[in-house]
Design a protein around this ligand. Structure first.
Ligand code: SF4
Length: 259
């Protein structure tokens, strides 16, 4: 998932009373490789490494106080021919094979039921959670689009990255504060303000650059370290780029569910 969307979604979880955080990513790649054969999809190796490294660090940090039962690892899945549906099952096998980690739970959300979230959030709140989670995904896409639109034309190098980091924090806070309420307009107002402020970063004297569309496997295309920050590389070569969104995948799975 894209970095911004992951942080916003964690904000939504917190808004519904779940102590959620985005774990460090890619640093555990060697661990992921140690427990895979090399034939798995790359995102499976990356995400396995992420959870193994996180649990290792938690064990070191907490020592005797480490209790694997205090953790729920959030890993959605999908049905159909895509092997994404196998990740959590494989992660389960690996976790079960390591002392104590068999107690770490995996929260599995499946596109089979259009990510209905049963079990993770109180039943009567699921509808509101899904609404806010969807908004966080769309907002994450919008902030990404904003980044790609303004960075190639920024007045001063680094301005956009700093601006987007701050915007992500501001929107994460907004989601954790307002998600569980019925009225999500405060979140939208914050987003509109950010978009208006972002316009000031653009230097109108920089001529329009060639626009490149990026498509590909959903995880790798949105995971900066897995794709070696392809969009930034394209920008450094003088292009403007747009990546396909995360929301299109949710749209697709929802459509597949109801057709
Ligand atoms: S789309 Fe991703 S998860 Fe699915 S089979 Fe391809 S690489 Fe694997």
């Amino acid at each position: 998932m894209n970095r911004i969307g992951a942080h916003l979604l964690a904000g939504v979880f917190r808004g519904f009373g779940t102590n959620a955080k985005v774990i460090e990513t890619y640093e555990g790649l060697d661990l992921g490789k140690e427990f895979t054969s090399g034939k798995e999809c790359f995102p499976c190796i990356v995400t396995l490494g992420d959870i193994l490294l996180f649990m290792k660090k938690e064990r070191e940090r907490l020592g005797n106080r480490f209790n694997p039962e205090n953790y729920i690892y959030f890993m959605p899945e999908s049905d159909g021919p895509c092997r994404f549906g196998m990740y959590n099952k494989y992660h389960r096998i690996v976790l079960d094979s390591l002392p104590g980690l068999d107690k770490v739970k995996i929260a599995t959300l499946s596109s089979e039921d259009a990510y209905s979230l049963s079990g993770l959030i109180e039943k009567e709140k699921i509808q509101d959670f899904r609404k806010a989670a969807w908004l966080s995904i769309v907002t994450g896409d919008i902030l990404d689009r904003l980044l790609w639109r303004i960075r190639p034309y920024e007045r001063e190098e680094g301005m956009t990255d700093r601006f987007i980091d701050e915007a992500m924090e501001r929107m994460t806070e907004s989601f954790s504060k307002h998600s569980s309420g019925k009225d999500l307009s405060c979140i939208l107002n914050d987003l509109v303000e950010i978009v208006c402020e972002a316009k000031k970063i653009i230097d109108p004297h920089i001529p329009k650059k060639p626009l490149i569309g990026v498509v590909g496997e959903i995880y790798v295309r949105t995971h900066l370290k897995s794709n070696q920050d392809t969009i930034r590389t394209l920008e450094n070569y003088g292009a403007e780029a747009i990546n396909a969104s995360i929301a299109e995948w949710i749209n697709y799975t929802t459509y597949d569910q109801v057709r």
